[in-house]
Ligand binder design. Structure first.
Ligand code: SF4
Length: 337
């Protein structure tokens, strides 16, 4: 298990809220067995805790509580336009978990959610049923790690394994599991499956150190990715978000050199490149939560409801990273925003 992820968990979750309706689920039993000394608080609805007004997201991240709940429909959502769809017509995402063990400065969750606590939805079979119903109508490109980092939770709750095993029996699904973790070991016992893409977000070590607290090092992520590729998994590389920080050209160039010195570019499924972009309302909330973050208070511009870099900076970031990646990888495999 990744040490960083483990340390991110250990001091937390001294209190666990459980919806009464969640008590009878197998996953609840599985999770609770790992916290024999936790104080248990029964609740009627997770929103009574998670959605309370005037919560302090940043403070709660430091002492997050766990909330076990039963998700009500819908279980699938249309993918946001700001996200890559990799050419798939029916791009959806789903969230078995709300919030993340990590705490990236630029994380959109702090603008999206009122609380820093972690919600785990234990009724995974209901998700599967809805996916089955959609698959009966059309194929699906499904992101399963969208409002969390599912693989970083895997030692606590085997969501990734359950989703992968679900995908194995389907023909018309392509599933993406995106992570910054180095926790491939948690699913390495499962044979590689053609309908699942394991996607790693890759950042220069300086970005990891300064802006992605609690996430594994670049070296650890690359090692995890390499193991997955050697085991035959489809692997996606995501340089996303590219941040326009001081010396970004050399930082990303060195990161890309290190990446392709570790992994074989020919074995990569594809590569996505995108700059920081976020819905306007989320950024407004984030700026209140992070008054001291230069990254959050950068003078982004507004484009169709999204805050991002001015066009010339976006172009500079993308062009630089693209050129460094294209020196190693087939251009047909590179997706840019
Ligand atoms: S890993 Fe992703 S979801 Fe988790 S804190 Fe960082 S940006 Fe947010």
């Amino acid at each position: 298990m990744n040490k960083s992820a483990n340390n991110a968990f250990t001091p937390k979750y001294a209190h666990i809220y459980i919806e009464k309706s969640a008590k009878s689920y197998d996953l609840t039993t599985h999770i609770m067995a790992q916290f024999p000394h936790a104080t248990i608080i029964e609740i009627d609805n997770y929103k009574h805790v998670f959605s309370r007004p005037r919560q302090q997201f940043a403070l709660q991240k430091e002492a997050a509580k766990l909330i076990l709940a039963v998700k009500k429909p819908p279980f699938l959502y249309k993918g946001a336009e700001v996200c890559h769809d990799f050419g798939y017509k029916h791009f959806y995402y789903t969230s078995s978990t709300l919030n993340c063990v990590y705490n990236c400065d630029y994380c959109f969750l702090q603008g999206m959610f009122p609380s820093g606590h972690v919600v785990l939805f234990v009724n995974i079979e209901d998700y599967f049923n809805e996916v089955e119903a959609v698959l009966a109508q059309h194929p699906l490109y499904l992101s399963i790690s969208y409002e969390a980092d599912l693989l970083s939770f895997e030692h606590m709750v085997p969501f990734a394994k359950r989703w992968i095993s679900f995908a194995e029996s389907k023909r018309n699904i392509m599933m993406e599991l995106r992570t910054k973790s180095a926790n491939y070991k948690a699913i390495s016992s499962i044979p590689a499956h053609d309908q699942v893409i394991l996607a790693w977000t890759i950042s220069p070590q300086e970005v990891i150190t300064n802006h992605e607290p609690k996430t594994p090092t670049l070296k650890a992520r690359l090692h995890s990715m390499k193991q997955a590729m050697e085991d035959g998994w489809k692997v996606r590389l995501c340089f996303d978000p590219v941040l326009h920080i001081e010396h970004f050209e050399s930082l990303y160039r060195e990161c890309i050199e290190q990446t392709f010195a570790t992994i074989n570019a020919d074995q990569i499924e594809d590569i996505s490149i995108g700059v920081f972009r976020i819905p306007k309302d989320y950024l407004k909330t984030m700026r209140k939560q992070r008054p001291d973050s230069a990254l959050v208070h950068y003078p982004y511009i507004h484009q169709n409801g999204v805050m991002t870099y001015p066009d010339e900076i976006t172009k500079k970031c993308i062009d630089n990273v693209y050129a460094a990646v294209a020196a190693h990888a087939d251009k047909d495999k590179i997706f840019t925003e």
